[in-house]
Design a protein around this ligand. Structure first.
Ligand code: ATP
Ligand code: MG
Length: 344
């Protein structure tokens, strides 16, 4: 069955929005608006799978919203809202808790990384996180999901859940007039030179909001001096930049900085090396700082301006939630019929 193309994605309001979130996700969200209908969510229900201070969460939700808008997402032409305002996400997630298997979730590497050694003490929500993510996407029957490389495994799980639901309820789906399959198989969109931006301190670790070292990441709110300081201190190796992309393979830190440059300049790593191959890191880092500041300063300024306009941000979220809920409620009505619930 052909589903109407629809893009869905989200970012958690867990503080410290960083360059990885921008290049791996938000910048791609902006580009996709030209070709698709898009729904972009601030996933606050996901955020509380690890402790969030209730005194800080509202500002974090508004900060992600302002980053979306400052980056160029149009909340009128598309939909921008925070997840907890559309209860259908949690409702469908419960159904998916009963579709997904514990064995599937046990394989999720993000849970293992985030729970760390003290797994017994992690929240049930952190374990079930991928089921909620599947619900986020499928409650809109979205077909395309732009994410960073770290979310690939969760997307595969969303596809497995969609398929198992379609199989388990095949007869009921058909009897209720929904044809052969009810949910699409959502496609991950993991593309470009910066699908996995790495920590500036360790080229084998992803840049992350939750990394305790602020030096490990460029925050979207960092000023020019801070950006320059962090890039100059970023870990590198002693060799000049290679001329060939293939030679980046064994050099994670060099690969990371070249990837960041390419993504910011809307070009490829090969093109960056054509221009900068043979350069010492000191020289290349200066060029990278200039590019970062040129690209992030306007975003930064607009985010600051919007962040103080709480009334505007909240009105965007309320309007987006109302429009999102219309679609989500439709899906839930059908899901209730399919599962066999009596409803109004
Ligand atoms: P947390 O540490 O709280 O999980 P996070 O930095 O992973 O925070 P998320 O809100 O979980 O941020 O992810 C939002 C989007 O940003 C997702 O699409 C994710 O794949 C993408 N993303 C996160 N980190 C990176 C990164 N280092 N490089 C590229 N994309 C990233
Ligand atoms: Mg994450």
């Amino acid at each position: 069955m052909a589903f109407k193309h629809l893009v869905f994605s989200g970012v958690q309001p867990t503080g410290n929005l960083h360059l990885g979130n921008y290049l791996g996700a938000i910048k791609r969200f902006v580009e996709l608006q030209r070709s698709h209908d898009c729904i972009y969510c601030v996933v606050d229900l996901h955020a509380i799978t690890v402790w969030q201070d209730p005194a800080e969460l509202p500002a974090a939700i508004r900060e992600v919203t302002s980053a979306y808008i400052a980056a160029g997402i149009d909340p009128k032409a598309h939909i921008v809202f925070n997840q907890s305002q559309v209860a259908e996400h949690a409702e469908l997630a419960w159904i998916f808790n009963c579709v997904a298997r514990i064995g599937w979730l046990n394989r999720m590497t993000q849970f293992k990384e985030k729970a760390g050694k003290d797994r017994e003490n992690a929240s049930v929500g952190l374990f079930a996180y991928p089921n909620l993510m599947a619900a986020d996407i499928l409650v809109y029957r979205a077909t395309h999901v732009p994410v960073g490389d770290d979310q690939k495994q969760h997307l595969e799980l969303s596809r497995d859940i969609a398929q198992k639901f379609n199989n388990d309820f095949a007869n009921s789906i058909n009897q209720h007039g929904f044809g052969e399959v009810f949910f699409p198989q959502p496609e991950p969109l993991i593309q470009g030179p910066a699908t996995r931006v790495m920590s500036l301190r360790d080229g084998t670790k992803k840049m992350s909001k939750s990394d305790p070292s602020d030096q490990s990441r460029i925050n979207l709110t960092d000023d020019a001096d801070t950006i320059a300081h962090k890039i100059r201190r970023a870990k590198t190796d002693p060799h000049p930049l290679p001329h060939e992309e293939k030679e980046l393979e064994q050099r994670p830190e060099a690969d990371n900085l070249v990837g960041i440059y390419a993504a910011l300049a809307d070009t490829s790593k090969a093109d960056v090396l054509k221009q900068h191959g043979g350069a010492q890191f000191s020289t290349f880092k200066n060029a990278l700082v200039d590019l970062l500041v040129a690209k992030l300063a306007p975003l930064n300024a607009e985010m600051r301006r919007l962040k103080d306009d709480t009334a505007y941000i909240d009105s965007v979220l309320a309007d987006g939630a109302a429009r999102a809920q219309k679609i989500a409620a439709e899906t839930m009505k059908a899901v209730k019929d399919i599962v066999g619930f009596v409803h109004r």
